[in-house]
Design a binder for this molecule. Structure first.
Ligand code: ADP
Length: 160
């Protein structure tokens, strides 16, 4: 069984993430979307909320499983008996960080492969931080986040 891990903050999930999830789930038997408990980023949504939102958006994709991890990514990947990490690439600005991370993970665990899926052109400039900024200023985010969670995000971020 080919298992891949798609790690990230998903704070919150956007249509850009969703696009990567749909495409990667066609390539693997199982895709574990893993919310990282990254201490260096201050999230807006709690881990539980992010998991809930991810579950709502992926309930119709049988290959997808939602999880969270608080260890070194490589350890998590080994525990899950996977050897592929999926990451999305948007603009050139993602490249340096992603490249560094992929090489570091390879150094830590030689059997790991990081697979990059290029963003769809529609989502090239889409990020969770942009969604949070627009929603908190009362802007329309319907073109940026999956429909099933639109209201959850608005409720949480739009100031009355
Ligand atoms: P992290 O903090 O790990 O970067 P993110 O939730 O910001 O977590 O992103 C997780 C992964 O999804 C990253 O590989 C990122 O490049 C990718 N990603 C985020 N937004 C998009 C998008 N609009 N199109 C394609 N990939 C994306």
């Amino acid at each position: 069984m080919k298992i891949a891990i798609y790690p990230g903050s998903f704070d919150p999930i956007t249509l850009g993430h969703m696009d990567i999830i749909k495409r990667a789930s066609k390539i693997f038997d199982k895709l574990i979307v893993a919310v990282s408990q990254n201490r260096s980023k201050a999230p807006i949504f709690t881990i539980e909320e992010r998991i809930e939102l991810l579950k709502k958006c992926t309930k119709d994709i049988p290959q997808v499983e939602i999880d969270t991890f608080d260890t070194l990514l490589i350890e998590y990947v080994k525990n899950k008996e996977a050897n592929v990490i999926i990451r999305g690439l948007r603009a050139l600005s993602d490249f340096e960080y992603e490249f560094q991370m992929a090489l570091t993970n390879k150094k830590l665990y030689n059997d790991i492969e990081t697979m990059f899926l290029t963003t769809s052109s529609d989502y090239m400039f889409l990020s969770s931080s942009m969604v949070k900024e627009i929603a908190s200023l009362g802007g329309d985010i319907s073109g940026f986040v999956p429909e099933p969670i639109l209201d959850d995000i608005k409720k949480r971020l739009v100031k009355e």
